[in-house]
Design a protein around this ligand. Structure first.
Ligand code: HAM
Length: 416
């Protein structure tokens, strides 16, 4: 028997209500904040991701689904959504539109990770990017959007963590201090962190090994090494977040796993915590557009894992509106009546009424049971005798009351 590839899942009909609910809330909040939808291809040139996400990151080193197509072109299934949006911004000359250009996406993301609860090899992200403005008010607006989105979903007990990791002016100085500190504590580090010491210093700060965490707790903080511009930017962001009453905690160990970040970084987590629990991650990436060949263009964004939202909605037993089922079921008794069923079902559907018709030779009782299981509001029963007189029985499935009606009048009656 074939199974879905490891780390992937089918989204079954009974799960769809969650997805539609989240998608609708996402589209609605984006409209309120002026973000427009963009859809990019599922795959891009591999170098788009190696350049943007960074060669020393887990994503690029271990997790990309990369392949050469039949023409020998190196391609990669999108392992994140920011670089494709920046590529589209450049390709379509969005710098000539009013800035910032605010875009959102709902898209599948592919990462060859070790699957576990909340971590998949194909997952979906809802992401929002504001490109072309360095005003910290935009950072606050972007973070507020994420925060209000969770509120609109009725998700409780979330925490927002915030940090600033500086810019290309002040970060080298900070990294020098950090390197000195970590070199003097190398003996206490795990093997991975010792390797990271020369390749991806910032990531040492968010290592989950207890011995490394202790070292990280006392490590020099990026916020103590910001240049005056980054300092002012961060202070203003904090002022705006307080103004917006978005609660946050400063976390000097928050660094993110992608290389393109500058200044603001943030994550949103459920209070219950756990390594795979982050539901939203984002930050500024002021150098990325330039890195990809454009003019210097500051930007900020975030992405939220859709499956992790659903896990949290379920854990908090948040009721989700169910999807509308079929309104009407058509049952029949006898071969002639069956023909009429086919005709009537089509007529009603063309009139905008959702219909499921009974097929096969099951008893009327079995057909009514099926109608019940499907959640139909009404069942139209067509029998041989009724057929001759142009009538049918209309059964209200909630009250089980039945009345005789003219078939001709059914479209109007059922619409009502
Ligand atoms: P990220 O933190 O790698 O950031 O992913 C964003 C979110 O996607 C995570 O917080 C998590 O909820 C979800 N996620 C990530 N990996 C998995 C997985 N394997 N299975 C299930 N869910 C997952 C980014 O991708 C950045 N592009 C975010 C961003 C947008 N930064 C600026 N703009």
């Amino acid at each position: 028997m074939y199974q879905a590839p490891r780390g992937t899942t089918d989204i079954l009909p009974e799960e769809q209500a969650y997805w539609r609910y989240i998608e609708q809330k996402a589209a609605h909040i984006c409209q309120l904040y002026g973000y427009e939808r963009i859809d990019s291809p599922a795959f891009e040139d591999t170098s788009l991701f190696t350049r943007s996400v960074g060669p020393g990151t887990d994503i690029v080193e271990k997790e990309m689904y990369s392949f050469a197509d039949k023409g020998g072109n190196p391609l990669t299934l999108r392992p994140e959504g920011t670089a494709p949006v920046c590529r589209a911004y450049l390709e379509h000359g969005f710098h000539s539109r009013p800035q910032p250009v605010k875009l959102y996406y709902l898209a599948p993301i592919f990462r060859y990770e070790r699957p576990q609860a909340g971590r998949y090899r194909q997952h979906y992200q809802f992401g929002c990017e504001a490109i072309g403005d360095d005003d910290p008010a935009i950072d606050a607006e972007n973070i507020d959007l994420a925060w209000q989105f969770f509120r609109s979903l009725d998700l409780q007990r979330l925490t927002l963590q915030l940090n600033s990791i500086g810019c290309k002016q002040c970060r080298p100085g900070y990294l020098g201090t950090l390197h000195e500190y970590y070199t003097s504590h190398a003996a206490a580090l795990c093997n991975d962190c010792r390797k990271r010491l020369s390749r991806n210093l910032l990531r040492l700060l968010d290592c989950k090994q207890p011995s490394c965490q202790e070292v990280a707790d006392s490590a020099p903080r990026s916020t103590d090494h910001l240049c005056p511009q980054c300092r002012e930017h961060f202070d203003r962001l904090i002022t705006y977040l307080n103004l917006l009453q978005v609660p946050f905690a400063l976390n000097h160990r928050l660094v993110r796993g992608l290389d393109y970040y500058t200044r603001t970084v943030f994550e949103i987590q459920p209070e219950s915590g756990g390594a795979q629990s982050t539901i939203c991650g984002g930050g500024r990436y002021d150098d990325l557009i330039e890195e990809l060949g454009g003019k210097p263009t500051p930007a900020i964004g975030f992405a939220i894992g859709m499956e992790r939202i659903i896990l949290n909605l379920k854990a908090q037993t948040v009721p989700v509106p169910s999807l509308p089922g079929p309104m009407v079921f058509i049952a029949h008794q006898g071969a002639e009546a069956r023909n009429e069923t086919v005709r009537l079902a089509s007529q009603l559907r063309q009139g905008g009424i959702g219909v499921i018709m009974a097929t096969g030779n099951r008893s009327l009782k079995a057909q009514l049971r099926q109608a019940n299981n499907l959640g139909a509001h009404h069942t139209v029963i067509i029998g041989e005798d009724e057929l001759k007189s142009g009538t049918a029985s209309l059964r209200d499935m909630t009250t089980a009351q039945q009345k005789t009606v003219r078939v001709k009048e059914l479209p109007e009656l059922l619409k009502g």
